[in-house]
Ligand binder design. Structure first.
Ligand code: ADA
Length: 580
């Protein structure tokens, strides 16, 4: 997986060349394709999304992938960047692992696999239902199936560094931090004794440890002084390196403090506000498997838009994206793909189990990234129903238990009947008062000027529930404008002029409102939507057209307006006319 730095691991091979076959009749397992692949395989490259094969656009059943790898070491680990959505993996015809859930990295350890050539078979299913999959089948994006991120072979000696987390207590004023690392090691069989080292910022700590199986060790590095803090547009990063038994792993760390203080968001001791866009990691010609240069260009455009943050709607992004966000100094909100759950789905134990597992995986992969300042637990679930508080209580406790250093939230689209807002640090609401009807009076047409009254009414509700001392972020809002549909004389729904007019009138009102701590526009660019009856009627061209840019990243009229308003507030996002 391409990263913005050398991870230090000596033996890593990306498995990019594969053959595949859609299993239209679902016979692959019975016919043991994992042992005897069928003869009529097609060529493919990985990462990729199979729906972009010319005949598989709407296919969501099983697809089998086959390749070979050469192990140059006795012990290896196969690392899957992300597979959408569910898969089984076989090596040399024997099952080695299964995994549920796209957008999450997972891996399988293969001790004593044997130096030489091996076969690898993967059955992938992009099946989603309306009951207990995460996400459900009903989403507002295109759920491209496949081996959507890189597959890698990592080689080892007797043991490996599985992962590590760097913790620090930062004294912002003194620019100094007390640092420790929690390092998870694993042996490939028997006890392995060696020196474990952890180095960061010119300091190093060593300890001789013995590992049998998988174990976690804590190493205290002590105090680092004269730090350059990580901040908005100041991607000050420090390389943290761990070595053990011939293995080495590097990650980049940034020192910063992001927290809530009453209704404010605080970065490195000062108040900041979020000026962001929601971004899907998606492009019509690659689906989720966006090439590095495309991702970099998206972030350059987002920087030009005047944003200081990005919400990774609605799933964990690629590691490269996170590296770039770290380096460019963007604040980032990362979330699991739990979107639009209804009361019945919210009550299902399997949903709870899957949501918890996804938070574990997301945080295990991404804990060290300084850009991530917010964890999102879900998006637009029915948080007014009885089943919701129990789940959010569980997820909030899970996330806080895994990481107490970040702000935790969920995006709520029913501000007036939500009953869960005690289970978050920051209140985030997705509201489309003009586009989908007037939230205040039940659906009558309204104008962008509705915003202050809407926020006041919501604030009254927060006060009545004793929840008004938390920051409030408008995590989604926007209207559709079809690219190239211009009419300055009739600026009606779906024209670029209508969309531009909305932001020109609404955005300053939301930004300067005393109660808001941020605005995250829906959305960065147009994205292909699911092909479901429900969506098709509201999604001309089969796209969600609320992008500031088209799906090919061409700015619409609204982009220029948002850019002007956002840029004037940079870097901290606080407008000059902010109300007290
Ligand atoms: C929701 C949802 C987005 C998108 C948006 C819209 O807020 O979270 O994914 O569907 O609505 O365009 O309606």
């Amino acid at each position: 997986m391409i990263r913005m730095f050398d991870t230090g691991r000596k033996s890593v091979t990306e498995l990019g060349s594969w053959r595949m076959k859609p299993d239209f009749d679902g016979v692959g397992k019975a016919e043991e394709w994992y042992k005897n692949p069928p003869a009529d395989l097609r060529l493919t490259t990985v990462p990729s999304c199979w729906n972009l094969e010319l005949d598989l656009f709407t296919y969501t059943g099983d697809v089998w992938y086959f390749t070979e790898f050469v192990a140059e070491t006795e012990n290896v680990r196969l690392v899957f960047g992300a597979v959408n959505n569910e898969c089984d993996v076989w090596v040399d015809g024997a099952p080695v692992t299964s995994h549920y859930g796209a957008f999450m990295e997972f891996s399988v350890k293969l001790p004593h696999v044997g130096i030489g050539k091996h076969t690898l078979a993967v059955r992938v299913s992009a099946y989603h239902n309306l009951e207990d999959t995460i996400p459900l089948e009903r989403v507002d994006w295109y759920n491209w199936g496949g081996l959507i991120r890189a597959v890698e072979l990592h080689g080892f000696g007797a043991a490996e560094i599985v992962r590590y987390r760097v913790y620090y207590d930062l004294d912002v004023g003194a620019r100094a931090a007390d640092v420790r690392a929690e390092i998870t090691l694993s042996s490939f069989g028997g006890a392995v004794t060696d020196t474990l080292t952890f180095s960061l910022g010119g300091k190093s700590v060593k300890e001789t440890v013995t590992v049998t199986g998988e174990e976690t060790f804590t190493l205290e590095l002590g105090r680092l002084e004269d730090l350059k803090l990580w901040d908005i547009f100041e991607g000050n990063l420090y390389m943290a390196e761990v070595t053990f038994a011939g293995d080495c792993l590097r990650e980049r760390i940034g020192f910063r403090e992001f927290r809530t203080e009453g209704r404010h968001l605080m970065l490195n001791g000062r108040r900041v506000e979020l000026r962001g866009v929601n971004r899907h990691e998606d492009h019509p010609v690659t689906g989720f498997a966006m090439a590095p240069a495309m991702i970099k260009r998206d972030l350059d455009i987002i920087r030009k838009t005047g944003c200081n943050m990005v919400r990774g709607s609605h799933y964990p992004n690629s590691k490269l994206t996170l590296d770039l966000l770290d380096e460019m100094g963007f604040l980032f909100w990362e979330e699991i793909p739990m979107w639009g759950f209804d009361p019945a789905a919210l009550a299902r134990p399997l949903v709870h189990q899957r949501a918890v597992a996804m938070h574990h995986e997301m945080i295990a992969r991404d804990f060290n990234h300084p850009a991530i300042v917010i964890w999102g637990m879900e998006n637009e679930a029915n948080t007014g129903c009885d089943a919701s508080p129990e789940l959010l209580k569980l997820l909030y406790a899970t996330v806080k238990g895994l990481d107490s250093t970040r702000v935790v939230t969920y995006a709520c689209n029913r501000p007036q009947d939500d009953i869960c807002m005690e289970y978050c640090d920051m209140i985030s609401i997705n509201v489309y008062p003009v586009w989908y009807g007037n939230i205040l009076n039940g659906g009558s047409p309204s104008e962008p000027e509705i915003w202050p009254a809407f926020i006041d009414k919501f604030e009254e509700r927060l006060i009545s529930r004793g929840l008004n001392e938390k920051p409030l972020v408008i995590s989604e809002f926007g209207v559709g404008g079809i690219p190239g549909n211009n009419d300055p004389f009739a600026a009606v729904r779906w024209t670029e002029e209508y969309q531009e007019d909305y932001y020109r009138r609404a955005l300053p009102l939301i930004m300067k409102n005393h109660r808001t701590a941020g605005t995250i526009i829906w959305q960065y660019c147009d994205t292909r939507s699911a092909i479901l009856k429900l969506m098709a009627l509201q999604r001309p061209r089969s796209f969600n057209n609320k992008g500031l840019l088209s799906e090919y990243r061409v700015p619409k009229r609204a982009w220029y307006t948002v850019k002007g308003l956002y840029e004037a507030t940079l870097p901290d996002g606080i407008p000059a006319d902010k109300e007290d």
